[in-house]
Design a binder for this molecule. Structure first.
Ligand code: HMG
Ligand code: MG
Length: 297
């Protein structure tokens, strides 16, 4: 970059970001179920790309999310690569016990900034969910397993409408206080635009360090890349994305997939922000899973 504007823009951006690949979980949980060997092969290919964090499954109710039922087998069969953390969702102690038995590197608890989504997704109120997480975090600590937290509906809820940025800030702070090392803020239905994302992040960053905040955008209205750019400008350095933009949310009808990992890497490369991810190897994983799902890459 040469001009003064480009120079000042580049100095406002972080030098590097961490990408949390959620395709094998958030992506595949909302696609037609694929065979176990396809999940394993996808994760093995993603492991060769330079990604350092791959969310590989979820220990949740099989009745609610049948696509994730084989998560234990997935963790047994994948070829783990050094420097990659393989994580899973664990909504309660039952899930955590299965995750520990499957030798996961990291777990994640998840709640919502809106009551109705929380009830539909995990069958309890927001306050009850935080109480439910405490023993999960305690047992994870005993096993030295880091716990990530997800907060859904940080912009809008499909049932309750607009979410107050101050509620997002307060819940994010509470989740950090009970022991999550990082909170991923989810625009679950992808209705956010940069201005609203900025207002939400501003509220959160007034109470929480930016190093402990990640962003998780679904791309329903094609705004995810613009929203990520906004988050980068505000100093956020952890971005969730899904290979080939797979996914959606079973409890948020109409929500499209997560932002595609390829697009995030392309954006970051173009901005001079280091990702550690090899685009050619990523493209091979994209082609593989699109073939399996009979989707266009
Ligand atoms: P519940 O009904 O309140 O719990 O479920 P329960 O303890 O009464 O158990 C009910 C049944 O579930 C029982 O089976 C339990 O054994 C079973 P039954 O006796 O009826 O045969 N059960 C479990 N099975 C396997 N693993 C478990 C487990 N716990 C109970 N861990 C629960 C509460 C949270 C478990 C349930 O509501 C659930 O699994 N919900 C699914 C939530 C989910 O996976 N949602 C999608 C992921 S979140 C997401 O996509 C958003 C995110 O991407 C961010 C964003 O975009 O915003 C993270
Ligand atoms: Mg999601």
């Amino acid at each position: 970059m040469t001009g003064g504007y480009a120079h000042s823009l580049s100095s406002a951006l972080p030098k590097s970001v961490k990408i949390v690949e959620v395709g094998p979980r958030d992506g595949l949980q909302n696609e037609t179920a694929v065979p176990l060997e396809v999940k394993v092969e996808l994760i093995n290919r993603l492991s060769q790309t330079g990604l350092t964090h791959i969310e590989s499954g979820a220990f949740v109710s099989a009745k609610k999310i049948p696509q994730m039922t084989e998560s234990g087998e997935v963790f047994q069969q994948i070829q783990r690569t050094a420097n990659v953390s393989y994580s899973a969702l664990t909504p309660n102690l039952k899930g955590l016990e299965q995750a520990i038995a499957s030798n996961v590197d990291e777990v994640a608890v998840f709640t919502s900034a809106s009551e109705s989504f929380c009830q539909r997704n995990i069958n309890c109120s927001i306050a009850e969910s935080l109480e439910r997480f405490k023993p999960v975090i305690d047992l994870s600590n005993e096993h030295s397993i880091p716990v990530r937290g997800y907060l859904s509906c940080v912009i809008d809820c499909p049932y309750d409408g607009e979410t107050d940025p101050n509620s997002v800030a307060s819940l994010t702070r509470q989740m950090l206080d009970i022991g999550c090392y990082e909170i991923s803020l989810g625009d679950t239905i992808g209705t956010g635009t940069p201005l609203r994302v900025a207002a939400m992040l501003e509220a959160v960053l007034a109470h929480c360090p930016k190093q402990q905040i990640a962003v998780h955008f679904h791309d329903t209205y094609g705004q995810a890349i613009a929203n990520i750019y906004q988050a980068l400008l505000m100093g956020i350095t952890t971005i969730d994305s899904s290979i080939a933009g797979l996914g959606g949310c079973p409890y948020a009808k109409g929500a499209s997939g997560n932002v595609a990992t390829e697009n995030v890497v392309y954006l970051c490369e173009g901005l001079g922000v280091e990702t550690s991810v090899d685009m050619d190897k990523l493209a091979s994983a994209t082609r593989y899973i699109c073939q399996q799902l009979a989707k266009a890459p």
